[in-house]
Design a protein around this ligand. Structure first.
Ligand code: C5P
Length: 317
């Protein structure tokens, strides 16, 4: 029986702009997504019976069909029944390090790792773009998680244009364990409050999506200029999440005044907040000072850094 071990990195949004509605009920987005080295570890083992089993060390993570990991394996089993019959089912263990329901694509990156791992377990030889297409049926962030690195994502979030990777920009990440933001709620509330300003014309949507390629943020990324990237951070969803979550606003304000912080922003639909720092020692200092200011054990703080890698295979047997 074969096994694979994979690393599944989290992401942050350096940029998230909501530009319009889509006929499928989703939003048309322009995002710049960045992998970070805070990651989960996923282990996959072939098993003789044609079933899917999921285990996780985190009490908040379900192991049934509601878990995106389960749904990723189920999708592969449905798409490739001959491989399932030949190689057997799969036993999946998720070692969680990425905070749950945080706007860090924790579930999506786990699902991406399962797609990559089952492709290897079953000798399918799928291309990255085939894996990304399968991933898009599971969730808008899954294709990016297969790809990893620094990427412009448009459409629903699944149309990807990779940028040169940004390595070793240090980040402090903060998330209250017990605070969760529902992504559907955040988008729905945004539509209710700001939907009247959405671009309607398809040509306007395409032009707005194309414009990001020549934006200040992309130039800052090409220049690998952490200070300039920090000045250009943007997330439209802050407009609905910050007023609803005073703790997130407080973190955002606390990060903004710390020495060594170049810029701060909420990631995705929140509630995690990140701060870009000038160096690793500065990031460690910022983490200490925020911990002193908020000694609440419910607050998780991490020092992490940007990485150019998506899903990585670290072992096989
Ligand atoms: O695709 P995913 O399942 O991650 O999306 C979660 C929810 O976020 C969707 O059900 C939708 O409410 C919202 N969403 C959206 N537009 C996007 C991506 C997500 O409205 N482009």
């Amino acid at each position: 029986m074969r096994s694979y071990s994979l690393i599944a990195p989290a992401k942050i949004n350096l940029y998230l702009e909501i530009i319009g509605d889509r006929s499928d009920g989703y939003h048309e987005l322009v995002m710049i997504l960045q992998s970070i080295d805070l990651a989960d570890q996923i282990e996959l083992h072939s098993i003789s019976d044609e079933t899917i089993r999921v285990h996780c060390n985190h009490p908040q993570v379900p192991t049934d069909k509601t878990n995106l990991v389960y749904r990723a394996a189920e999708l592969m089993a449905k798409k490739f029944p001959a491989a399932l019959a030949k190689y057997g089912g799969v036993d999946i263990t998720v070692h969680k390090h990425i905070p749950v329901a945080a706007g860090l694509a924790g579930g999506s990156t786990n699902a991406a790792a399962v797609l990559v791992g089952i492709d290897l377990l079953w000798n399918l030889g799928l291309t990255k773009s085939e894996l990304e297409e399968l991933g898009g049926t599971l969730g808008s962030d899954v294709p990016f998680c297969v790809e990893g690195g620094t990427v412009i994502a448009t459409g629903r979030g699944e149309q990807l244009s990779p940028l040169p990777s940004l390595d070793h920009i240090y980040i402090v990440l903060a998330k209250y364990r017990s605070l969760e933001v529902s992504t559907p709620w955040a988008y729905k509330t945004y539509r209710q409050q700001f939907g009247s300003g959405y671009l309607k014309d398809t040509n306007d949507l395409a032009a707005r999506a194309a414009a990001v390629h020549s934006s200040g943020m992309v130039k800052a990324i090409l220049d690998k200029d952490a200070a300039e990237i920090s000045q250009k951070l943007h997330n439209d969803l802050e407009r609905v999440v910050l007023p609803a979550c005073p703790q997130v606003l407080q973190l955002r304000e606390l990060f903004a005044v710390q020495e060594g912080v170049l810029g701060t922003m909420m990631s995705g639909s929140g509630p995690s907040v990140f701060a870009i720092c000038a160096s690793q020692p500065q990031a460690e200092q910022v983490k200490l000072r925020v911990r002193e200011a908020i000694p609440d054990e419910d607050l998780e703080l991490f020092v992490t850094c940007t990485t150019g890698q998506g899903i990585q295979v670290t072992g096989d047997r």
